[in-house]
Design a protein around this ligand. Structure first.
Ligand code: ADP
Ligand code: MG
Length: 645
């Protein structure tokens, strides 16, 4: 009763395909790698229906003889390694000999190839792992592989394919990676017959980056050049801090020209930018590591996008050091000494683009004026006035410290003969330090919207210029000013979209933006949504877009950054999502970018406006990302905490 059986080759290939061919972009990756390994100087990629219907790659590389062309589809058939020693030092992109076999087991593949020696080309057709046809064909030296009907014989996998837009995004990203890694090779990518990328051979990475990303990115690039002997040599470019991205999508890492996704490299890069970029903002980076073949293991995963470094920490240090050096050369950080890296002790550099706007711009433009400006002076209750040094109706910015004032300035009831401050709490500066306050976290609660009414809410001031402190009949309220404004704007954007009441402002001069191929794909996807939100956009030639107008709530100076950030933020996966959530995503990220930040002073009128507007939004108590907007400390809880009940 034996139950173990050896799987048929074809089934084994289909299983391997599960790892090698995750999605259409993995097919393109394998085929482009093969063309590069074959010494191609020109690679053309044509895609139809997000790769579902057709993916075709043509190159002018060395080609294959007829026998090789058939053998190439066998599992573990490769011309790239022969011995175990070869496996320890892999210099080609491919080596496992399973890509063509895997792809052919789950698709209909046609290979046409010719070497320089052969007079006539060969055509091999394989469908679902079965050899269908081999015959003569006509073509110049090189290879064309056409892959049709991916996953036609594995319906379960076919179901897992994402929308055409999502797959296009990944396909474009792969081709962009290889085009950056090989400036000497001409690349063309077409999608449903339309040019997505067409770059001629470039003399170096810089020129290639210009061809792909345009002048804006090029101008912000700082050369990286560093490394340590026996560890890694590092070259490439990183962006000046003014070029900000909200995702890591614009970071391209290569090890010995193999494109990788790697945490060690990403970690080194981030370390290099420590204290230069705020949290959640990422630089653009094209980083190339050249390292001794024995120092890395590329045979970690069938997709070969992971590598294992023999000395990961050293590699990370080398990268941080080199990136720091690039920033130092550009005068952005003081020095590039590696020892200073781990401590964040150097003075924080705030790049111009993320700095608070200069005074004349720091005026907060709320877009809409409150219908009935409520300018009455907000009187803090007596206790608050006691607690503050300043007679102006502002809450103290550091509430845990009470300034000790002269008796004549203080309200009478505070000057009580009986008052005595314990010695140990009297600071040299004359401040009295408060004993630890029972944490409010235990009692402050997210607010139930039925319990707030605009007419009774009175803003008192700001806490750390970030939270509005207010009172109403029920007790004390804390409002997060950023998320409150975010909620107001989000609703406004969603409303203008559905009601077609678009509030838009023209820019003095239209801004032109050069998009990367991936951004350009994202743009095609959300162009209409952006227009319905108040953007006036025009596609000029190729991947250049002109911004003519923007929603009223955005600052014109930020138009360009916002626009590209939104394209980047619409994350890859969401690109395939339902139309509805995609729109919400755009509105949410616009609202987040345009909302007042924390650490910003608000006038009493602005606070009043914020509260009034907030309460008429669809969901005043949660922000578009689901965070609470208002916290309440009810009278009941206050009294209970003071043991008054
Ligand atoms: P690997 O790249 O790991 O060797 P593949 O299955 O991708 O395995 O390819 C098998 C073999 O087919 C390669 O080793 C190479 O000799 C040949 N081959 C594949 N694509 C091309 C191409 N575009 N031009 C020339 N030879 C190719
Ligand atoms: Mg290969």
């Amino acid at each position: 009763m034996n139950k173990i059986r050896v799987l048929s080759d074809n089934l084994a290939n289909q299983i391997a395909a599960g790892e090698v061919v995750e999605r259409p972009a993995s097919v393109i990756k394998e085929l482009v790698e093969n063309s590069i390994d074959a010494g191609a100087t020109r690679i053309q990629v044509d895609i139809e229906l997000g790769g579902r219907r057709l993916m075709r790659i043509s190159d002018d590389g060395e080609g294959m003889s007829r026998d090789d062309a058939i053998l190439a589809f066998e599992r573990h058939a490769t011309s790239k390694i022969r011995t175990q020693e070869d496996l320890g030092a892999i210099g080609t992109l491919g080596f496992r000999g399973e890509a063509l076999a895997s792809i052919a087991s789950v698709a209909k593949v046609e290979l046409i190839t010719k070497t320089a020696e052969d007079k006539v080309a060969s055509r091999v057709v394989i469908e679902g792992g079965r050899l269908i046809d081999v015959k003569d064909a006509a073509r110049d030296g090189g290879t064309t592989v056409s892959v049709r009907d991916l996953f036609f014989n594995t319906p379960a996998r076919r179901k897992f394919m994402r929308s055409e837009a999502t797959e296009n995004y990944h396909l474009t990203s792969i081709v962009t990676h290889y085009a950056l890694a090989h400036p000497e090779i001409a690349f063309t990518l077409t999608n449903n017959g339309r040019d997505v990328m067409r770059v001629s051979p470039a003399k170096d990475l810089r020129e290639r980056a210009f061809q792909i990303f345009g002048r804006d990115v090029l101008e912000s690039l700082l050369p990286v050049d560093g490394g340590r002997e026996y560890v890694a040599k590092l070259s490439g470019f990183v962006s000046a801090p003014r070029e900000r991205r909200t995702t890591r999508d614009s970071q391209y890492f290569f090890v010995n020209k193999r494109f990788v996704r790697d945490k060690t490299i990403a970690g080194g890069l981030l370390e290099g930018y420590r204290s230069v970029l705020p949290h959640g903002v990422y630089p653009v980076a094209f980083l190339f590591l050249e390292m001794p073949l024995e120092e890395i293991d590329v045979n970690v995963h069938p997709a070969k996008t992971e590598v294992r470094f023999r000395r990961g920490e050293a590699v990370k240090d080398v990268i941080a050091e080199a990136v720091r050096g690039a920033l130092a050369n550009a005068g952005i950080v003081a020095e590039a000494r590696a020892e200073s890296l781990p401590q964040a002790s150097e003075p924080a550099f705030v790049p111009p683009s993320v700095e608070q706007p200069p005074p004349e711009q720091s005026r907060i433009d709320f877009g809409i004026q409150p219908a009935t400006p409520q300018l009455e002076l907000i009187q803090p209750p007596p206790l608050a006035r006691v607690a503050t040094a300043d007679p102006a109706p502002q809450a103290p910015s550091r509430p845990q410290i009470i300034e000790f004032k002269d008796s004549q300035e203080s309200p009478d009831f505070f000057v009580d003969e009986g008052i005595s401050v314990p010695e140990e709490r009297l600071q040299p500066s004359g401040y009295i330090e408060m004993p630890p306050v029972d944490s409010a976290a235990k009692v402050a609660k997210a607010v139930d919207i039925e319990s707030v009414s605009p007419s009774t809410i009175q803003p008192l001031g700001q806490l750390h210029e970030s939270f509005i402190i207010a009172v109403d009949d029920e007790g004390l309220l804390l409002i997060d000013q950023h998320v409150a404004h975010e909620r107001i704007l989000f609703d406004k954007f969603r409303k203008s979209e559905t009601e077609r009441e678009i509030e838009s402002q023209n820019l003095l001069l239209p801004e032109t933006v050069d998009l990367s191929p991936a951004q350009s794909e994202a743009f095609a996807l959300i162009e209409n949504d952006l227009e319905s939100l108040g953007f006036g956009l025009m596609r000029l030639s190729g991947r250049t877009v002109a911004i003519k107008s923007i929603p009223t709530d955005l600052r014109p100076a930020e138009a360009r950054n916002l626009f590209t950030e939104i394209l980047d933020t619409i994350e890859a996966e969401k690109k395939g999502g339902a139309k509805r959530t995609l729109r919400d995503d755009i509105a949410a990220s616009l609202a987040c970018k345009a909302a007042v930040k924390i650490n910003m002073k608000l006038t009493p009128e602005k606070m009043r406006w914020m509260i009034d507007r907030l309460l008429i939004t669809t969901s005043p108590t949660t922000c578009p990302h689901g965070r609470p907007v208002i916290l309440r400390l009810s009278m009941k809880d206050i009294e209970r905490s003071f043991h008054r009940t």
